[in-house]
Design a binder for this molecule. Structure first.
Ligand code: 5GP
Length: 129
């Protein structure tokens, strides 16, 4: 099903891109829990992550792992957490969130970033990959 993420994949809607392969895209969440909060998605449309075919699911996990390792290199945090929700956008995605406290994982407390901060952290993660 087409969602706002399809428009991000096509470039119709801009994003702060972190990484891209032929099959996957990583970009910063526009309403982040913490600085560096990144979404990893398959380019192929599909809603629920556990409905993805195995190869695509495993590819998404591998891609997410590579992005998470890069985030941990450049964003000060205790660890990078991975969360799957999907209640807002019906296009399978993984949240990668730099965690310092449990609050960072709870989607209740949000961080405001300037355009420059978004651009800077996206570029830093990309360079660390
Ligand atoms: P979920 O579907 O997992 O509940 O949440 C979807 C996530 O996508 C939210 O954290 C939200 O901030 C993010 N999001 C929604 N629309 C956009 C958008 O247009 N651009 C970006 N970068 N993130 C978005």
């Amino acid at each position: 099903m087409a969602s706002i993420f399809s428009k991000i994949i096509s470039g119709e809607i801009p994003c702060y891109k972190v990484a891209e392969t032929e099959d996957f895209l990583a970009f910063l969440d526009i309403n982040p829990n913490a600085k560096g909060h990144t979404l990893c998605i398959p380019k192929k449309e599909g809603d629920k992550i556990f409905d993805l075919e195995d190869e695509l699911y495993l590819g998404l996990m591998k891609f997410s792992k590579e992005v998470a390792i890069a985030i941990e290199k450049v964003v000060p945090c205790k660890r990078v957490g991975m969360t799957v929700i999907g209640l807002e956008v019906p296009h399978a995605h993984v949240h990668l969130i730099p965690l310092n406290t449990m609050e960072d994982a709870r989607f209740l407390q949000k961080t405001q970033l300037s355009k420059d901060e978004f651009q800077e952290v996206a570029a830093a993660i990309n360079t660390a990959m």
